[in-house]
Design a protein around this ligand. Structure first.
Ligand SMILES: [Zn+2]
Length: 242
């Protein structure tokens, strides 16, 4: 893919821990913030307050409750916040529907994101990308990928190949900390992979392993290393039973 992706040079990105192993991402520029997948309002509001930030945007990757559960409470606290997400009749808040190829601009900031559709985990799943950062929800994880609840293996394989073709120094901000289990599984698939073994050692005692680099995923993530949709399907099935 040769995409002309926006450059967000003025942003800082911080994780907010939610539920058991979710990450909500906060993108800060000056005193404004954009939040990705606010499954819970309380930790999001605490972080905004601590950092003294005004919430101006919310990006939603997909419909699952642990990604949208906090939206309504956040709107109550920041009534002007602009929300972007996939089309869904069940969302009970006002938002702008975004689709593949859309370029989103966040009001009062220089923040821009390009939208890529990645059906598989759910059919509505999308990811937000700029020239250096990818917010990928539950499509790709460190050394893993999302479970297929709605899409076909073919669709997910195609979605992951869109991500693989981004710049290899893209930082990957996924929505769960599943890394240790994922690496354990990856080693059963690809035990002789030197980069994977190195990574396993390196990440062993690290609590927050996200963001990762696309380059590292391409070298060690068995789901990105699958060359065909058939191969992907076999690995995904094994992981479901792991
Ligand atoms: Zn999900």
């Amino acid at each position: 893919m040769h995409l002309n992706l926006p450059e967000n040079n003025k942003i800082n990105i911080f994780p907010i821990k939610a539920f058991k192993d979710n990450y909500i991402w906060i993108i800060q520029e000056k005193n404004n913030a954009v939040i990705v997948d606010p499954g819970e309002a309380k930790p999001s509001l605490n972080k905004l307050k601590d950092m003294n930030l005004e919430l101006v945007g919310i990006l939603i990757t997909h419909k699952h409750f642990d990604h949208i559960g906090g939206v309504e409470e956040l709107i109550k606290n920041f009534p002007k916040v602009k929300i972007f997400g996939p089309e869904n009749n069940e969302f009970r808040f006002k938002y702008e529907i975004v689709k593949e190829g859309d370029l989103i601009s966040i009001l009062n900031t220089t923040i821009k994101f390009y939208v890529i559709e990645t059906p598989g985990h759910t059919l509505d799943h999308l990811v937000y990308v700029d020239s250096n950062h990818l917010f990928c929800g539950d499509t790709l994880f460190v050394c893993g990928c999302g479970r297929l609840f709605e899409g076909s293996y073919d669709e997910m394989f195609h979605s992951l190949s869109k991500i693989s073709s981004l710049k290899s120094n893209t930082k990957i901000y996924c929505a769960h900390e599943y890394t240790k289990e994922n690496i354990k599984f990856a080693l059963t698939i690809d035990s002789k992979n030197k980069e994977l073994n190195d990574r396993s050692r390196k990440l062993q005692n690290i609590e927050i392993t996200v963001p990762s680099l696309l380059k590292d995923e391409l070298e060690t993530n068995p789901f990105l290393r699958a060359k065909t949709s058939e191969e992907f399907k076999l690995i995904r099935k094994k992981k479901d039973e792991f």
